[in-house]
Design a protein around this ligand. Sequence first.
Ligand code: NIG
Ligand code: FE
Length: 443
Amino acid sequence: MKRLLIENIGTLATPEGNSARGGELQGKVKTLHNAYIYIEDGIIKAVGEGEANIDKLSAGAAGGKADALGGKSAPSKGKLVGDNEDDISILDAEGMLVTPGLVDAHTHLVFGEWRQNELEKKLKGLSYLTILAEGGGILSTVKATRGAASEELVEKAEGILDEMFDLGVTTLEAKSGYGLDRENELKQLEAIKTLKKKTPIELVSTFMGAHAVPKEYKEKGGIGREEYIDFLIDELIPEVAKKKLAEFCDVFCEKDVFSREDSMRILDAAKKHGLTPKIHTDEIVDIGGTMVAEETGAISAEHLIKCSNEGIKRLKRAGAIACLLPCTSFYLGVEYARARDMINEGVPVAMATDFNPGSCPVSNIQLVMNVGCLNYRMMPEEVLTAVTLNGAAALGRADRIGSIEVGKQADIVIWEAPDLAYLCYRMGSNPVSKVVKKGIVYE
Ligand code: NIG
Ligand code: FE
């Protein structure tokens, strides 16, 4: 049995519970001082304040030997301290801040090429949808992704995951949606599967074949769009589900992309095949995609920049999580989603990067915390819940991760920071000292 004791924690801050937190609870964070966390085989067994009682904590563990303490030694990257199976490794947090590992619940991780060539168009005033209508935007990334070998996709994404892990991300969702045909959607999802073995980050796959209508179908006009949706429903969704290549299905429900009716059909089919619905909606234009979220029972609705009062009420009725992406607003130069109104209505808010080559080339979830805090006017405690427990809930994992509590997986970040506010306040540096993933210490 592998045992780890993290002691001398200056401040431990964590949301609590096994489900998403909205309303006042979003800002309720448990704070302990001079704390410790005791972990066995990657699972948290005890959390408390003051001196940890090793004898008591390890009773019942392998051999129950209080004298199993293997001495203090510094953790090395990727390796649990202590060679002896019965040793307790001790990690001195040196009075630092400790939080749950961060959950990035919305990314478009795997793609062929960056799109810095669009920057000039954007600066000259061309809108996101105009660039897409001209065959650029998502469709240009589709071209690059179709042209890329699987290994190349894996290699590029692996570099990004390394960065994200160093920034404190321990769980991350990755969507397909730059293939838009059988071969290339499967190639993207297979790349995510390969990446699962290459990173300590737990990866969660989402099928997003309905990210745009591919060029070859678009050229056929209205009939082509219907044909593409039929292909997704009759062929690709069943195959993805059968091969267990995704847990979730997402749709870009947006003006000139997929209508409400299209999105309903696609997500209904996904549900029949066991994929849980998610929806990109109200990003650019409010076409009432929250109705689809409500009717399909989507676990989360994402973006929501243009979400109306009625839309917020629908999310509340649906029990859906609002997954907000503040760096997308920042990069697109548009308004920010109404996070305060959502929280006040009791809708749990998660925040994620939306990392992608078009609307948000930001892989840094700490920047999301800064931008979200300042522009949504979310308190540091609400921000923490958004990027931990609520992110975990948006991925159906709140019973296992997202907080530091007995019974949960030991996904933990140790920050060179005095308190939680510091994380939202400082910008552009990385105060992560160590990341603990499933009880393994990385530094
Ligand atoms: O979440 N809106 C749709 N999808 C992405 C952008 C993808 C792209 O521009 O490549 C988003 O913003
Ligand atoms: Fe997105």
